[in-house]
Design a protein around this ligand. Structure first.
Ligand SMILES: *[C@@H]1O[C@H](CO)[C@@H](O)[C@H](O)[C@H]1NC(C)=O
Ligand SMILES: *[C@@H]1O[C@H](CO)[C@@H](O)[C@H](O)[C@H]1NC(C)=O
Ligand SMILES: *[C@@H]1O[C@H](CO)[C@@H](O)[C@H](O)[C@H]1NC(C)=O
Ligand SMILES: *[C@@H]1O[C@H](CO)[C@@H](O)[C@H](O)[C@H]1NC(C)=O
Ligand SMILES: *[C@@H]1O[C@H](CO)[C@@H](O)[C@H](O)[C@H]1NC(C)=O
Length: 419
């Protein structure tokens, strides 16, 4: 067999079998997904505001589109002067990012931070970016020799954690949110809040048991609606988590996930000039659905969105005969931008609501400096051999200082049977 082909096979195996690494630092753990291609995906960061910030300031902190930020959190984008609205400290928001493959692992490196007087790496990591990154990771990403000497105005890359896991969880569409565990969190509480199970969270994050610690970064699968736009569409692979919106097509189209887990797109409520959103050969506009009851059933005709291609909004007219007429589209409710943090906005999932009251929130994990030590874990939906998966589970938690050498040895041990 030519060596080239052999290499190809190995790469597939590596991608398929060795899906998860868990990096264990001094304490905090983080779920990392190895990757081998340039495909990127939509992902989210769970972020708690460290101070009052305008919508535009928060968006600038992550260098994302403020409109996308609002949409991801189902905040009404047509609210007057919404980008200047001040969001309150301690508010928990989902930050939409693009998750790429960099140096063989999934991460986002699109975010930069300009240092200000009196900034330290741990203050940037723990406070400004809420523990989503560690001081050491910023130090490494920017080749900073001496972290005690930060120039003011230095432009630092802030590597942020994300995972794609093929856009699925248990074979259903999902978007992954990187979540920094808070002192009050339990795995059961997080699972309940995000409508998943502790088993699923343990599988996704390759946890040997349900113990999680302050500052750990978990990948939380959120059920989503995925698109099937053509590859040449600029919004190819768009996926929207349940309960949220995504804005696409130059702010012209907003898509959400209906209660029936279908992607539903309609004209966005921004006054921007957009290309036609009328379906050809019909008088239906994007998002319109008509129903016609007949003896054979219900004829449902809808004008759907097919992606943004060369500045053109692609519409698709489709008709289908269904046994019963569907009710009106159920799209997530939009809210006004929050001005105060009410208890239910605080992100402090806990099994019983009563435990929520009186609980301190927003506690920052201490300035922990994770090492580069790692251990290997296995994929959620067990593409790999079951036996090795259970072995791997056992070694994730108890070992906090696991050297890279050991990882390589284990890696080879795991891979050898397949080579
Ligand atoms: C990924 O993208 C980079 C730059 O964009 C390119 O140099 C590289 O060849 C691409 N790799 C693959 C596997 O497509
Ligand atoms: C990735 O997801 C697609 C469907 O979205 C599925 O057909 C495919 O088998 C998945 N690949 C892997 C490696 O799980
Ligand atoms: C069709 O969609 C447009 C744009 O969203 C909306 O203004 C209009 O009311 C819809 N018409 C019907 C019949 O649903
Ligand atoms: C359903 O309605 C559409 C438009 O109203 C029509 O073009 C189509 O032929 C109808 N299909 C069936 C099966 O009745
Ligand atoms: C987009 O436009 C460019 C040039 O204007 C053209 O070459 C390309 O084929 C177009 N792509 C699609 C998918 O229509």
């Amino acid at each position: 067999m030519p060596p080239k082909i052999h290499t190809g096979v190995d790469l597939t195996l590596i991608a398929g079998v060795l899906i998860l690494f868990i990096i264990t630092g001094v304490n905090p753990k983080s779920t990392i997904e190895p990757c081998s291609n340039n495909d990127s995906c939509n992902a989210l960061l769970g972020y708690t505001l460290y101070t009052d910030l305008k919508v535009s300031e928060l968006a600038a902190l992550f260098q994302i589109d403020p409109i996308n930020l609002l949409a991801a959190n189902s905040i009404d984008i047509s609210y007057p002067d919404v980008e200047s609205h001040i969001l309150p400290s301690q508010l928990f928001l989902k930050i939409p990012i693009t998750c790429s493959c960099v140096d063989g692992i999934r991460k986002s490196v699109a975010t930069h931070y300009k240092t200000r007087p009196s900034d330290t790496l741990s203050n940037i990591a723990d406070a400004v970016y809420g523990g989503l990154v560690s001081a050491d990771q910023i130090k490494e990403a920017n080749s900073i020799a001496d972290p005690s000497v930060l120039d003011v105005g230095q432009n630092l890359v802030v590597p942020l954690p994300c995972t794609c896991f093929n856009g699925t969880d248990n074979f259903l569409p999902a978007i992954y949110m990187s979540y920094v565990v808070k002192p009050v969190d339990t795995l059961a509480g997080i699972a309940a809040r995000y409508k998943t199970t502790t088993t699923d969270l343990m599988g996704v994050n390759a946890l040997g048991n349900a113990a999680i610690e302050d500052g750990d970064i978990l990948a939380i699968p959120l059920s989503a609606c995925s698109s099937n736009f053509p590859r040449y569409a600029s919004d190819y692979a768009l996926s929207v988590p349940n309960g949220g919106y995504a804005i696409t097509a130059d702010h012209c189209v907003e898509c959400s996930c209906t209660s029936g887990s279908r992607l539903y797109c309609q004209p966005a409520s921004l006054s921007v000039s957009c290309s036609s959103m009328q379906c050809k050969t019909s008088n239906l506009m994007l998002g319109n659905v008509t129903v016609q009851q007949s003896s054979a059933g219900c004829n449902v005709t809808s004008c759907g969105y097919g992606g943004f291609v060369n500045g053109t909004i692609i519409t698709t007219l489709s008709s289908s005969l269904q046994p019963r007429c569907p009710g009106p589209q159920q799209v997530p409710p939009l809210t006004a931008p929050p001005t105060v943090v009410s208890p239910d906005m605080l992100f402090a999932p806990s099994p019983s609501p009563s435990q929520l009251s009186g609980v301190p929130v927003g506690g920052l994990p201490g300035s922990v400096v994770p090492s580069t030590s790692s251990s290997i874990a296995f994929p959620p939906s067990a593409n790999g051999p079951i036996g090795s998966a259970s072995n791997a589970c056992g070694m994730v938690n108890p070992l906090s200082s696991f050297s890279l050498t050991v990882v390589l040895v284990l890696f080879l041990k795991v891979m050898l049977p397949f080579l």
